[in-house]
Write a new protein. Sequence first.
Length: 470
Amino acid sequence: MSEYSFFAAVEKSFDKAAQFTKWDKGLLEQIRACNSVLRLRFPVKKEDGSIEVIEAYRVQHSHHKTPCKGGIRFSMGVNQDEVMALAALMTYKCAIVDVPFGGGKGGIKIDPKKYTTYELEKITRRYTTELVKKNFIGPATDVPAPDYGTGEREMAWMVDTFATLHPENIDAAGCVTGKPVSQGGVNGRREATGLGVFFGLREVCNIQSQMEKRGMTTGVEGKRVVVQGLGNVGFHTAKFFYEAGSILVGIAEYEGSIFKEDGINIFELMEHRKKTGSILNFPGATNLENSKAALELDCDILIPAALENVIDAENAPRIKAKVIGEAANGPITPEADEILIEKEILVVPDMYLNAGGVTVSYFEWLKNLSHVRYGRMEKRFNENVNAKILEEIEELSGKRVDDKARKLIKHGADEIDLVHSGLEETMINATREVIGVWDANPEIPDMRTAAYVVAINKVATTYAELGIFP
Ligand code: GLU
């Protein structure tokens, strides 16, 4: 628990960073404030004939750039404060990774496991209709995406509902991102957040001064990693670290947590969970006493990838990780944050580290507006040019490259190649920018504050260059 509400915690981080900027007090207040909050109540008739009143939200935190952007979560933890906090984080997140959106977020207070697919579809479609009625959704106004408890299926229902109500809108597919590829989605969106977390942390691990300070060597290979949460974000993050040669020593899920000194094969663990319904009793691993115990394991990198407030003042003193990568939004309370700074643990903050999802959402939205798949125009052209260059080089040198290299050199970029490279570029640049600001100002106490400074400067510059305030 924390004495701060989630939104108050975001405000606290904002204020801590604002003192390192030169902006007018009034402007800072405008950036910090939540512009619009929509609270909905609507009925749903369940399959057993009963009627239930559903509580839902959509928050638009900032309109300094439009559309607003951010996921929709289905969870019993949804409340106005949480959605406001998450919307604010979206504003700062988009600013840091140079994605031209304002922050938004939505939520429906339900436990999706307690509803049939038919009921979930009814709830999602009704929610979308309510958003349309209030002008809180649209490719130019507000573009939702998946979040905790939602995925491609819900996004498909949303785009279909919106397009039905707006048959004249040729850009209707851009009203939501994270759609199935068959419904206008982009290849690579599914793994985007996890891959972004990996790219971001890999870049941090490449910074010698940061690693040396913590007695670590550079690179992710051989690093001992703990991941909490095996949802879309956690699973993909774990997978990319595993494939890069890191050792997954601990995994936590709501049913419990496990430890394996010599590393967990993430694919075998997913198989085991599918078969037994639990990560516990994984061959060769030790079951820990509870779900949160894995957070306290001795490791190099700890990655909370589930929900907010999992590291608080109570367990923070026992955290042994040298680096914490916030794949989830708000996993560390402000009290815990102070303790971790004191312990010189490097916290790589959520608002930029998990920006991979929204970055690829941006690519998806651009694809929807351009009505053409990435790579369609140039892939074959590039392949023909590459083949010609190769041919000339072979002729001039009298040597032939092997088949593997030939395939690589000739390859023209597909959609997935472009999306992954755009994401890699984005995460590397954002990491360098945040660390650069931190290095340039020794007064800035931690990386979260540096990230907020970058975000505030970018949002404030947009306002300042507009010359008018709303
Ligand atoms: N829900 C994700 C987030 O919190 C993705 C948002 C988006 O793609 O718009 O960043």
